[in-house]
Design a protein around this ligand. Structure first.
Ligand code: PLP
Length: 410
């Protein structure tokens, strides 16, 4: 009889957003007259920008003609996109990345989940808390996180990020092999300064650890001095892998395209300590076996983001969402809520009133105002007592949600 990978049985039954959807569906059945406004899941609402649509049409036409048809592409991505990434995402920040260090993918979720395969199952893991659930779920699937006790994995080091420490994670007092950082942060919407990020890079270099840096929301950074890439920090090329996504940058949640940067200097060591192995080489090998590349059409779409029109249009959409974030922040603060994030990220992280639990507040907000949030505790134990709102809604929905919450609070 085939034996199951029992580590999968340690996962929570439902991924957080499935749990939220289940509750929302139950509410809708009971209250069909109420239009629910979702400020919960982090999906975008605004359409692709014209430059991207045009590029996709053109790519589809190419695919429909014998002379310009594209079959399997290079599994690590087309050079036209890798080169645009290097030229526009990194060079202006003084960061030098080589073409072979950029791996195009079908969105950051796959790579942030799969990257841990390159490292032995018994490495130790550390995460900022609260955190995007994919990192810990994927490590649980391989048996790295231990067992869940009182809302915490026994083999995971949590770096709490709460209002009490201004959402600044503190370095651990012991070594951790794999460190997940996500900035701008999902779910808290907070950012990290260069000085703080430097501490993590230095820690990783001192301890021969690897930082898995998720920068899926870097396009939302407004403040000049906040780093967009971990490679803006000296030494990061020797210890960090960075993930980027076009999902939130350019509305690609339904298109699927992103990329991962693995500098050639990032190394892990064999068990006997004799050999240092380049993770770039291993990832290239892994992708060669398990991935056949992102679609040509998606990659042409992504390339269009870097054209002058594309950059302008994408920025307009980002400004629109950040406008929502401002409206929501001001409205919630005027109602007396404690609001964090929302200045360099499309997420607002809000304290539940009166110390209520996240899920209790979720239910009350849904039943009282017909507005969906995401319960903070779903992102980790330090998320208890908070809820997350996204700024990805339409402007009218955003205003209507604030009006409803205000009426409900009265
Ligand atoms: N990383 C973070 C922090 C996210 O919030 C998300 C999506 O919500 C992703 C990665 C995955 O994005 P995608 O797979 O759409 O590129």
């Amino acid at each position: 009889m085939a034996l199951v990978n029992e580590y999968y049985l340690r996962l929570a039954n439902n991924y957080l957003f499935q749990e939220v959807a289940k509750k929302v569906n139950a509410f809708k059945l009971a209250h069909p007259e109420m239009r629910v406004i979702s400020l919960g899941i982090g999906d975008v609402t605004q359409p692709l920008c014209p430059a991207v649509v045009e590029a996709m049409h053109k790519a589809v036409d190419e695919m429909g003609s014998k002379d310009t048809f594209h079959g399997y592409g290079p599994e690590h991505g087309y050079d036209f996109l890798r080169d645009a990434i290097i030229k526009y995402d990194f060079l202006p920040r003084g960061v030098h990345v080589q073409r072979e260090e950029v791996f195009i993918n079908d969105g950051a979720k796959s790579d942030t989940g799969n990257i841990q395969e390159l490292l032995r199952w018994d490495n130790s893991v550390g995460v900022t808390d609260p955190i995007y659930p994919v990192y810990l779920d994927s490590n649980t699937m391989i048996g790295r996180t231990g067992v869940m006790e009182n809302g915490r994995w026994t083999n995971v080091t949590y770096f709490p990020c709460t209002a009490e420490n201004a959402f600044t994670p503190q370095l651990p007092d012991h070594r951790v092999d794999m460190i997940y950082l996500c900035y701008p942060n999902n779910p808290t919407g907070t950012v990290i300064s260069k000085g703080e990020l430097r501490k993590w890079v230095d820690f990783a270099l001192r301890n021969d650890a690897i930082i898995l840096y998720d920068a899926a929301y870097e396009a939302y950074i407004q403040d000049e001095d906040i780093p967009h890439s971990i490679y803006e920090i000296k030494g990061a090329r020797r210890c960090a892998i960075e993930f980027r996504s076009y999902s939130k940058t350019a509305g690609f949640t339904g298109v699927r395209c992103g990329y991962t940067v693995i500098p050639k200097e990032v190394m892990a060591v064999t068990f006997d300590g004799r050999e240092r192995v380049s993770l770039n080489r291993l990832w290239a090998r892994r992708q060669g076996t398990k991935f056949n590349g992102a679609s040509y059409i998606s990659q042409r779409a992504a390339e269009a983001i870097y054209t002058p029109e594309g950059r302008k249009q994408v920025q307009e959409t980002i400004n629109y969402y950040m406008g929502n974030a401002k409206i929501m922040t001001e409205a919630l603060e005027s109602m007396g809520f404690e609001v964090y994030g929302g200045k360099n990220a499309p997420y607002l992280w809000v304290k539940t009133p009166g110390g209520e639990t996240s899920w209790a507040f979720f239910d009350e907000l849904l039943y009282g105002a017909g507005v969906v949030c995401t319960p903070g505790v779903g992102f980790g134990p330090s998320g208890e007592g908070y809820f997350r709102l996204t700024a990805f809604g339409g402007r009218d929905d955003c205003k209507e949600a604030m009006r409803r919450i205000s009426d409900w609070c009265k």
